[in-house]
Design a protein around this ligand. Structure first.
Ligand code: FMN
Length: 207
């Protein structure tokens, strides 16, 4: 099975029809993001799913009026954690011991290693590391959406501070990193031509 036909099909949709994405498919997209790879498996991010029209309209005001935000079926707000510290490592290993057969405490040395690796990052570096992880989860979601022929528009054209305030993310030590509108295209609209870097400029095979 290849994702390539789906990736050819997808594009960042600007004009969403009013068709809603069924809840079970929204759940699948979230699951794809949840299953994403992340550095050390720490997953320093969460996703907020918004479909309430008044809230979407309010958020659109802080997304340079981009109509995708207002007219999509659901808006997904990917929020990175802002405090990258020992706690997120401890939280991961709590899950690790719960979800695997590893003996409690058996990975303590590895946990300490991760803590030291994160401890050298200042706050800004920690945040940008968390944001990098968040983008990988977004990528997994974009591919799954395309496989299910659900349209998307990933966006960074919004004011994170306003989103954080409106959604109460600050209080949760989260920061709106990237957003993604989902929904459906108008089937009669002509898809835009894809503009991409030529393969020979992009990929360098060292034989
Ligand atoms: C991180 C990121 C931020 C983006 N921000 C916006 C945005 O604010 N508004 C928008 O209309 N498209 C946005 N896009 C969509 C890109 O413009 C689009 O992916 C790119 O032009 C390639 O086209 P395609 O996705 O239609 O194939 C963003 C894409 C990414 C990955």
């Amino acid at each position: 099975m290849s994702t390539l036909p789906a990736l050819q099909w997808r594009y960042s949709l600007k004009n969403f029809s009013n068709r809603k994405v069924p809840q079970s498919q929204v759940n699948d997209l979230i699951e794809a993001a949840r299953l994403s790879a992340s550095s050390y498996g720490l997953q320093p991010y969460q996703v907020w799913i918004i479909e309430e029209p008044t809230l979407l309209a309010q958020l659109a005001e802080h997304a340079y009026g981009q109509s995708q935000v207002k007219h999509c079926s659901h808006l997904l707000v990917f929020a990175n954690e802002t405090q990258i510290n020992d706690q997120i490592v401890d939280r991961y290993f709590q899950r690790y011991y719960q979800q695997t057969s590893a003996a409690i405490g058996s990975a303590e040395g590895y946990a300490d290693h991760i803590k030291s690796a994160l401890a050298v990052k200042d706050e800004q570096e920690g945040q940008s590391w968390a944001q990098q992880q968040t983008y990988i989860a977004l990528g997994a979601l974009l591919s799954e959406a395309a496989m299910q022929r659900i349209d998307t528009c990933p966006m960074t054209g919004f004011e994170p501070e306003a989103f954080n305030r409106i959604l109460g993310l600050d209080d949760k030590q989260l920061n709106a990193c990237v957003i993604c509108a989902i929904g459906y295209r108008d089937q009669t609209a002509e898809p835009p031509v894809k503009v991409r870097i030529p393969t020979e400029e992009f990929a360098h095979f060292l034989a």
